[in-house]
Every structure is written in structure tokens, then in C-alpha cells.
Design a protein around this ligand. Sequence first.
Ligand code: 6GU
Length: 235
Amino acid sequence: MRFDVVTIFPEFFDTLDISLLGRARRGGTVSWAIHDLRDHTHDRHRTVDDTPYGGGAGMVMRPEPWGEALDAILDDPVDDPLVIFPSPAGEVFTQAMARELSAESHLVFGCGRYEGIDQRVVDHTAARARTRLVSIGDYVLNGGEVAVVAMLEAIVRLVPGVVGNPESLVEESHEAGLLEYPSYTKPQEWRGLPVPEVLLSGNHRAIAEWRHRASLERTKRVRPDLLPPDETPHA
Ligand code: 6GU
């Protein structure tokens, strides 16, 4: 997988080289480039934003630097890139979307700041490449950078060959539509607190049943919205 990120804060992405993503990059499974939007400005102040037409608070990112930056990435596409604009006004990012995006060969992220990017940039991009607006949840961040780091961490770990043991991807929260069951390790007793007996039994069927029940109970308690209608607790 290849990805490109356009941002006015390239330093935000220095953390990508740590841990899993860095290892995947060194192993050749993923490659990426971080592009500074201000490299595509031509005035002394390297201006990227301006006041909104129609009035109102905040600033909007001007289209010209975005046009240039995206041209440089999209102009002669050898692949079929998917462009993602992180935005609180987008469709909500989920594990299912992370799975879907992990099968893409080329992702391009355009990180807006302030009150967003001039809409014509999104429209112009959508006319030449698959384009999506994606939100990571119902709250407001100052810009798309943190959202892109979060999305990339969720996406890249699903790219085949990135996580060593693919089985560890199957039994985790959200993959089965439920939250993950609680986990325990040594010691068997800690500060008077024992590990649930069944986990020490060696009875794999009983363990699987206990874990499924624990997943279900936890999901009912904290995320009843995730349950299929027939599992929803009655009011
Ligand atoms: Cl993707 N961007 C911003 N600025 N705020 C958000 C978001 C994205 N997702 C949730 N809040």
C-alpha cells in the first residue's frame, strides 16, 4: 500500500515511523510521503487560508495551494487512488471501513485546518478520482491530522503481512460486531484478585463460551447500539 498526506503540519506524521507502521515501511509492505501544503504557495507569507465568502467566523483554506499539491500527486496516476478528506462532516470511520480501505493500493489524505477547505477542491478532486469525506467520530478536532494518524493505524495493521499473527486480528473488539472480552495474564492472583477460574481449566469449549458471554455482556452494558435487534436488551 502507498499513501500520501497533504498537511500544513508535516511534523504530526513523524510518529508514523514508530512501531507497526515504521516496521511495515522498513519491510516494504507500505510506503508513504508527507507533503507540506505551504510548498505550493507563492506569496511571501505562504498563505493557505482566507476569510469565508458569505461571512462568519474562522478561516477557510484557499483552493490554489490544494490544487497544486493534489495535481502533483494525482496527475499521472499509475494506480487508482482513493482521496480522503478528513472532516467532521464526513461519513463515520468504522472497523468495516478500515477493512475496506486496507485493500486499496493508494490512499491520498488531504488534511484541512481551520473551518475547512474551499468546497471546490473537493468537487474538483471528485471529478478525477474516487473521493470520500471521512469523520472519526462525533466531536470536533482542530484539523484532520490526528484523525489521519488514527485512521492509518487502523488501516495499515489490516494490510496482509503487517501484523505478524493474523489470528490476533480476528478476536478483537469490533471485528465480530461486539466488544472484546477481558484478558488476563500472570500472575494467577494479584493483590487478592484471582483470574477467572474457567480460563485456567484448559477446557477450550468452556473458555470460548465464557468469552462470548463476556463480550455480549460488555457490549450490552456500554454499547447496546452495536447489538443486532434480537440481542438488544428490552427497555
Ligand atoms: Cl476527520 N476532522 C476534524 N477536524 N474533526 C473531526 C474529525 C475529522 N473527525 C471527528 N472530528
